[in-house]
Design a protein around this ligand. Sequence first.
Ligand code: 5GP
Ligand code: MN
Ligand code: MN
Length: 326
Amino acid sequence: MMNSVINQMAEELRKAPKVALFSHVSPDGDCIGSMLGIGLALEALGKEVAMINPDPIPRNLSFLPGVDKIARSMPNPLPETLLFVDCADLQRVQLQREDLPAEAVILNLDHHISNQNFGKINWVDSHAAASGELAYALIRRLNVELTLEIAANLYTALLTDTGCFKYSNTTSKTHQIAGELIDAGINLGDIHHFVFDQTPMVKLELLRRGLNQLQIFAEGQIGMMTLRKRDFEESGAEESLSEGLIDHARTIEGVEVAVLFKESKPDTIRVSLRSNRWLDVNRIADSFGGGGHKRAAGCTLHVSLEEAKQMVRQSIEEELKLGRSH
Ligand code: 5GP
Ligand code: MN
Ligand code: MN
């Protein structure tokens, strides 16, 4: 089954002269690394490739080979074949189906359990630790040489979505693929350094503010962090720098669920959710119109910061009370 969907996707890509690749808003290492890996592979096959992300690329990913090829908006005209990478639904690229030509051939490559299967071909594997695992299999299927540039992108995809191979989504397959990528000659030390050890001072200022607003609820099981609009403005940090801050709440002893509330605009609250051992945060995000994975999910609420905190906290407390029974 999985084999045939890879073949179908590879076949669609092989016959397309032009392909546009899309990755999600608030980009992370997985969507950018996977998109670039596939994009470079398609270029090696002689295709005209457009790579699109609506948001600025986070600073710690700016070293990725090919990153300058990524555009903020769609090319005009749009190619017929469109590949969405690491996107659970079209809203993740700020699109509606009507924004795309009726005849578009939509390919959907993803690992989110909440994926809406919006494509003509849907290759959704929620057991994959990262979309990078699927991107790797696709590139192999396309018989493209695993260049250093492609390998560095795919490795970054695995590295970031698994939290350095430590989250519970990591499997032996993840490590096997990482091994193949290392054999392609990538410089592990450099990649780890660029991704994780280049913290801008303004990010620490954001962390300081986040920790000042850390709250613990449900007898220590919920850790909530908040970043107001003014925290971004006063620290001079762009929104993407909040990536990873939630781990400071998640890793507190006794915490099962961590939440980060980010006030993007006065009534637009981005919510990130993480769990450690058992609580399904995808269910919570889904109930607010978002999605993700069991241990990492998110949603956007169009209410005030205080209302958002109240609503999400209540929902988590209910799930905690229900326990593991459902
Ligand atoms: P983050 O908290 O890092 O923004 O996202 C955590 C996970 O949840 C990621 O895998 C991301 O793709 C997913 N996610 C975050 N926000 C949303 C959302 O609004 N909708 C959906 N479907 N998934 C989301
Ligand atoms: Mn992602
Ligand atoms: Mn991912």
